[in-house]
Design a protein around this ligand. Structure first.
Ligand SMILES: Nc1ncnc2c1ncn2[C@@H]1O[C@H](COP(=O)(O)OP(=O)(O)OP(=O)(O)O)[C@@H](O)[C@H]1O
Length: 651
């Protein structure tokens, strides 16, 4: 193996690894720098999502923050004026009453305005964040990350973060700004009255502040440690409501079992929360009492001083307003800060996903992917899903010459579908290479390569769209062309079944959505298809991709009845004639007419040749074929003897 090749293989291994796990190191820590950069990121996101909503929220927070100090000051002046008359100086009582009325009205109205501005901002953020997250996921060209439990876990957290975190961080920041201004304003008012009283006010708030700081850290830790349990709880919830699982859950009586497991998780979560709440109560109660004692002591001293004429009634009123105001604002700041801290940790997962590097290496200037003219070649391809996993493909060398059909046969788990994933460059080989007319797939743009391929995958998708959409999605450029959709349906033996649907090609195929439902309307239920009918639509979708260079059919007829299978394969043979194709099927009758048949056993090609050559060779293929053919022969005649040849023909 050449040095260049070795280093490419090393890189591929690393990329596959990176693809499976994602970039795990970044973003999940709660270090100060990471938190600061995430705060900046959340703010930038909010500004982008709704600059007006953001500025309005900031302005409202500033005004709301200063209002308590203003109200305390006006109240003090009013009381002083009432106590000492014009000698007290300052504005007229009526002006003070009017000022107080204005400020208290604002105090009542501004929260509603700021709720409106933040809801507007929230909607904008959801759109931007959704676009960013799913756009990033869509840019992953391979599928390793989608098959990695660690990355899927991260993706779920990122989804959660996308919905809540940026808005929570922004809202918390505004709230912290508002409460800081409240604290600063009240302390300034108090300081003008009495610097020692300012100290007493801060001292009264300090114990609660300390205990809340410790508790918010504990809460953040608990949320993180309970997150796997929360995810499992969600999994049980989903299972209990999942349409695909209903049959098994009912038949095997699994409902109670799943419910018990879900409740067990909830009990553990509840117990942990209960423990923390109890600790909070035990610590908060005495310290809150201590804070109150300090404040009460300060108040007693102030009243005595007021009796001596050193303070006015207005001073006493400002003191009472400030103590409760400062304490409330400080605790509020802490709670908001704790909420923001948790949201910032969660945002780390969102950042990880949206900034994850490419999962497969793509050349800066990919080589052109021309129309296939010579063929596709697998050269000593080795592949495994993880560095410590078993080899799934072990030195596979195969050629699909241009214009010919290759059938791949093998037992379950032999590696056939894996090979398909590699051909579509959803993974890269760990060793060896796959070449398209001599060009390594890794040197091509994956999008352009896939544009030249059509495929029916073993696990095809059932889209909750109309029948026409289900087929038209095969070629988005011609998605709305009914003639082409009908031609594809005919080629896949799906036209009659679609025509018989209540609204033909416009019928919605869904058990989840309803047809023709507008806002507030229930709409008609969509139509459900059988497995074999869905499979024919998947085939039609592949047929929609006219003029592609390589057709891959991975078990295209597994769910079809015998008559449909025969019709489909007849049409497929006509469709494949002259085209380059790879057919994978356990139904050996369907593969026998391929130009070449290769047998894959435990990741190795053990036999290759035409049907007749392989039957003469009497190896694995012949054995498997005979087993299947004899099944038909048994069914045909009472003793099954002398029927093999006839059965072979029928196969
Ligand atoms: N995402 C994955 N991660 C780890 N191992 C995998 C993954 N997908 C498949 N495998 C393993 O790779 C091996 C080959 O699987 P593959 O699906 O390619 O087999 P197959 O020949 O298509 O089988 P079948 O005939 O049952 O469809 C199996 O042992 C399987 O467990």
């Amino acid at each position: 193996m050449s040095g260049a090749r070795e280093s490419r293989e090393e890189r591929t291994g690393q990329e596959n690894r990176k693809g499976r796990a994602g970039d795990t190191a970044r973003g999940r820590t709660g270090g100060a720098r990471a938190l600061l950069s995430r705060t900046a990121e959340a703010l930038a996101l909010s500004l982008r999502a709704g600059p007006v909503g953001c500025l309005c929220s900031a302005l409202l927070a500033t005004v709301q923050g200063l209002l308590p100090a203003g109200i305390a000051l006006l109240t003090k002046w009013l009381l002083d004026r009432l106590q000492h008359g014009p000698a007290a100086g300052g504005p007229q009582p009526l002006a003070l009453v009017a000022g107080l009325a204005l400020l208290t009205t604002l105090y009542a109205l501004l929260p509603q305005l700021s709720e409106y501005a933040q809801a507007r901002l929230r909607r904008g953020i959801v759109l931007v964040v959704q676009d960013r997250l799913y756009g990033a996921v869509n840019r992953f060209t391979g599928m390793a990350r989608f098959e990695s439990p660690a990355f899927l876990d991260r993706l779920r957290l990122a989804q959660e973060a996308a919905v809540t975190a940026p808005e929570r961080i922004t809202a918390s920041l505004f709230a912290v700004v508002q409460q800081s201004l409240t604290v600063a304003g009240l302390i300034t008012v108090l300081f003008t009255i009495s610097p020692p009283m300012t100290l007493i006010t801060v001292a009264a708030a300090a114990p609660v502040l300390l205990v809340e700081t410790a508790l918010s850290r504990e809460r953040a830790r608990m949320t993180l440690s309970l997150s796997p349990r929360n995810r499992r709880q969600l999994f049980y919830q989903r299972m209990l409501l999942d349409l695909a699982a209903v049959k098994e859950i009912r038949l095997f009586g699994l409902g109670g079992f799943l419910l018990r497991r879900m409740n067990d998780e909830t009990r553990v979560i509840n117990a942990a929360e209960e423990r923390l709440d109890r600790r909070a109560l035990l610590r908060q109660a005495p310290l809150t009492a201590l804070g109150t004692v300090i404040a009460a002591g300060g108040l007693a001293w102030m009243i005595m001083a007021a009796a001596d004429g050193r303070f006015t009634i207005g001073d006493v009123s400002a003191f009472i307003a400030s103590v409760s105001g400062v304490q409330g604002a400080l605790v509020g700041m802490l709670l908001q800060g704790a909420g923001a801290y948790q949201a910032l940790l969660l945002l780390g997962h969102f950042t990880d996903v949206t900034t994850a590097g490419p999962d497969l290496p793509v050349r800066r200037e990919p080589l052109p992917t021309g129309p296939l003219s010579r063929g596709v070649e697998l050269d000593d391809v080795w592949f495994r899903y993880g560095d410590d996993g078993p080899w799934v493909l072990r030195g596979v060398s195969l050629t699909i010459p241009y214009g010919s059909s290759l059938a791949l046969v093998g037992l379950n788990g032999a590696g056939k579908s894996t090979l398909v994933k590699l051909l579509c460059r959803l993974y890269d080989p760990v060793r060896g290479a796959i070449r398209w007319d001599g060009t390594d797939l890794r040197d091509m743009d994956p999008g352009r390569l896939r544009d030249r391929i059509s495929a029916v995958f073993q696990d095809y998708v059932e889209y909750d769209f109309t029948a026409a959409d289900n087929i038209g999605l095969g070629d988005l450029a011609h998605h709305g062309e009914l003639d082409r959709i009908v031609a594809a349906a005919r080629a896949a033996d799906a036209h009659d079944l679609v025509s018989a649907l209540p609204r033909g090609y416009a019928t919605l195929l869904s058990r989840v959505f309803t047809e023709g439902s507008g806002e507030g309307e229930a709409g008609e239920a969509g139509v459900s298809l059988s497995g074999g009918q869905w499979q024919r639509l998947a085939l039609a979708r592949a047929m929609m991709r006219e003029g592609r260079d390589l057709l891959i059919l991975d078990e295209p007829s597994a769910g079809l009845d015998a008559a449909a299978e025969e019709r489909v394969h007849r049409r497929l043979r006509a469709y494949r004639a002259g085209a380059t194709s790879l057919l994978i099927s356990h139904r050996l009758g369907a593969v026998r007419r391929a130009d070449r048949i290769a047998v894959l056993e435990e990741g190795r090609i053990t036999e290759a040749g035409s049907h007749r050559e392989l039957m003469r060779r009497a190896g694995t293929y012949a054995r498997l074929f005979t087993i299947q053919a004899s099944g038909y022969a048994d069914a045909h005649g009472p003793d099954g003897t002398g029927e093999a040849e006839e059965a072979e023909e029928r196969c």
